[in-house]
Write a protein that binds this ligand. Sequence first.
Ligand SMILES: C[S@@+](CC[C@H](N)C(=O)[O-])C[C@H]1O[C@@H](n2cnc3c(N)ncnc32)[C@H](O)[C@@H]1O
Length: 260
Amino acid sequence: MQWSYLDFIQSIFKLTTIDLSSYKERQMKRRIDALIARSEYKNYHAYFKALVANKELRDEFMSYITINVSEFYRNPKQWEALEKDILPNLLQKHDELKIWSAACSTGEEPYSLAMLLSRFIPLNQIKIIATDIDASILQKAKEGSYIEKNLQNLPKELIVKYFHKQGAEYYIDDSIKTCVDFRQHDLLKDEYPKNCHLIVCRNVLIYFTEEAKSKIYNKFYKSLHPEGILFVGSTEQIILPQRYNFVPVQSFFYKKAYEI
Ligand SMILES: C[S@@+](CC[C@H](N)C(=O)[O-])C[C@H]1O[C@@H](n2cnc3c(N)ncnc32)[C@H](O)[C@@H]1O
């Protein structure tokens, strides 16, 4: 049976509820085609039938298409800006911060946030919501075990304070783990948390079509507390942020301007 890419992604939507039509087609198609070429199935239809029959293959497919690379303090200059300006400003205005790490992958981002916040407030006052579409990646995030390469940008003092090393693995301390509430969440279809003071969503919007991005920015806007901050990835600056009522406060940080 000859299936087109469109047939394949429509069937994937029915099977998994993941809407691949909202991801940039050229990039996603190239990745899926390469995956199928390497597999024993060789065309969309045969590969799809295998996905239906085999949960393990389905999980692998899911992890492959969602691209899970992450690291602690990814792009350290931006974490410096967060520490020096953005967080002190927010903490001056609010006693408690509601923070959402959206598309958090293996947990480096929400755990980095918890460690950074611990420089300002006691750990028992820190609560970070961390979400991702990929259930298996969230499982890894909860385990909190990393290799040295993931930690290369993290200040040494935080490594000493919050990790213990066993063999080649660095395990994050339970005191940091308990600050983070991991949940499965699809940015394209699930309801967003409300009244967030800070949303960190980095290195995922680059994969989406302009239309999908636009919808997500509008949803982030609604999800933010007045004057809340959206922190984006280093290749994800928003073109014409005023279209979404965002005001740039620094590179990669946008403030919610006023209610639409
Ligand atoms: C490259 S990682 C980014 C991780 C982290 N934010 C960082 O910057 O290091 C992209 C993550 O986006 C997640 N993702 C992809 N599509 C998603 C969607 N529709 N909703 C929520 N998360 C999604 C993937 O599962 C993956 O873990």
